[in-house]
Design a protein around this ligand. Structure first.
Ligand SMILES: [Mg+2]
Length: 266
């Protein structure tokens, strides 16, 4: 599915607008990842705050198009961090969705896994209590073990302990990202499905709207794949890896410039 390397992609800053000009779409729907896309990756997840100029850029786009932030974070957590009431949010990779003026949509599927998550949380906290620099984070529909601050020599055992715990919870699935291992309900749901679902409930799944998705991490690839035939995936690249995105941006500063430019043409 992933065909190209992140480093080979054309820049969204110089190439997206030509594609837009040539398309029949009259509007866009903008989907944004949070960590590593709107904010720099930081050592502690609670310190990933949105810069005022980035918030302004998102607000500006939101005044002209539908904007949704899709994050692995809990819905309330990401809503608090972004702090804009006029946009949509999908927390827990889309298990939990908020749209302005609409009801909150929580996927029934996710709720059936809460007991497993509770039990796995106790186990992980017990096993990682003695490992300095590790951080077990409970989100409503996922468990994350952060190891960015763990000594390199210990990183191997972090993986081993995580796998041991994970193996005793067959209803949960292991995923991961940058310096984080995650356990999530083993259901067929990911950011790509969340994008498709949001487009549908918002009435935006038609040719007049071009969906855009900007993200930096492996979980965003599902969204790039979803938009491969109708839409545009833009990867914020910090390393060489295969990707299904069509364009790239180098860092969050370029994400902000892209959003500012986008608002001008809408
Ligand atoms: Mg990210």
């Amino acid at each position: 599915m992933a065909e190209r390397n992140t480093l080979e992609l054309p820049s969204a800053l110089s190439h997206f607008y030509r594609l837009w000009a040539a398309s029949d779409a009259r509007n866009v729907a903008v989907f944004l990842d949070y960590d590593g896309t709107l904010t720099p990756i930081v050592e502690r997840p609670e310190m990933a705050l949105l810069a005022p100029n980035m918030k302004d850029a998102v607000r500006l786009v939101a005044s002209r198009a539908t904007v949704a932030v899709i994050s692995g974070r809990d819905l309330q957590d990401v809503r608090n961090l972004v702090g804009l009431e006029e946009i949509c949010y999908a927390g827990s990779h889309g298990f939990d969705i908020y749209r302005p003026g609409g009801e909150r949509i929580e996927l029934e599927d996710g709720k059936r896994y809460l007991a497993d998550l509770d039990a796995a949380q106790r186990k992980l906290e017990e096993r990682f209590a003695g490992i300095e620099g590790s951080q077990v984070e409970r989100k409503k529909y996922a468990l994350a073990v952060h190891y960015r601050r763990v000594l390199p020599a210990v990183a191997e055992s972090v993986r081993r302990i995580f796998d041991e715990v994970a193996s005793s919870f067959p209803r949960l699935r292991t995923t991961g990202g940058k310096k984080v291992y995650e356990l999530r309900p083993d259901v067929d749901w990911h950011k790509g499905k969340a994008v498709a679902y949001l487009l549908k409930v918002l009435g935006l799944d038609h040719a007049g709207v071009m969906p855009l998705y900007i993200g930096d991490d492996l979980t965003d690839e599902d969204a790039f794949v979803e938009l491969k035939n109708h839409g545009v995936g833009i990867v914020v690249r910090d390393e060489a890896r295969p990707t299904a995105a069509r364009f790239s941006l180098i860092d969050i500063d370029e994400v902000r410039r892209f959003l500012e430019n986008l608002a001008v043409i809408l």
